[in-house]
Design a protein around this ligand. Sequence first.
Ligand code: NDP
Length: 310
Amino acid sequence: MEHIRCLILGSGPAGYTAAIYAGRANLSPVVYEGIQPGGQLTTTTEVENFPGYPEGVDGFQLMEDLRRQAERFGAEVRENIAVRTDLSTAPYHVWFDNDTEVTADTIIIATGATAKYLGLADEEKYRGAGVSACATCDGFFYRKKTVAVVGGGDTACEEASYLAGLASKVYLIVRKPFLRATKIMQDRVLNNPKIEVLFEHNTLGLFGEQSVEGAHVVYRKGEADERRYDIAIDGFFLAIGHKPNSDIFRPWVQTDEAGYIKVEGDSPRTGVPGVFAAGDVADPHYRQGIVAAGSGAKAAIEAERYLASL
Ligand code: NDP
């Protein structure tokens, strides 16, 4: 069975930054890309707030660059997804979706987070037929059409603005009477004539023959002035937050109620010696590419110190 000194699970900014640091420290890191190679930034368009890019940078390009930088220092990048772990005793065991198993002295968990859905049966029914959680991936199909985006945070505002550049009309369905997004993102949405914000609205279901043709929505559900009606849409985009990808580590490392891995103070230490968590899988607060990159660097430094102490 293959033995790895520094195993990195996940290939977003946290995973690749950890790989750059671990590679430069001669730890021969092996990165498993996981479910979404390059992580969540590959599904955004322009990244405007990653330091070092005054003109902004394409999310996919940024991740390609990070990958190349990691490989330059000897990181080996593999395509597979970790499906099971045993972190009860070192060296730790990890199994992958291609039926391989490795042992590792140190593991950096950088598996990120995955988009949430509302939980409506219709989301399943129309998945790939009008329902999406990634405007940048699927927005192209909705040129000159009408779409709805659900959510009131930065992601929802960003996706609504992006889709407004393609579609003829965008509804933003917000359950509260206000947006949670940062002021700059709110302004972009509220000043865009193609975007109509439906405050205090919830989605009850979707309808359509082969694909989405509309949504059943409700205004002020449960209130005296509740109103139910349908909107005609061709696409329904979810932007209501993310779920951390921590399930396979859950028996061994502690998580909070939402599933985010708990770390010791502001370190990436999980409590299992040699196992560190970096990026969105351990960050319920900031969830930014640059923060994830920083925590990946910390995790690799910790891994190096841990290996030196053995
Ligand atoms: P958030 O958790 O910030 O927002 C989620 C939104 O979805 C909220 O408006 C929430 O409503 C709504 N929501 C959640 N569940 C439901 C539901 N079941 N039905 C209807 N609405 C629901 O997630 P984001 O993904 O927007 O952002 C996460 C983090 O990433 C934030 O820190 C954000 O600042 C950051 N980010 C930064 C960007 C940038 O700087 N360019 C871009 C994208 C994200 P409610 O308000 O009622 O809870």
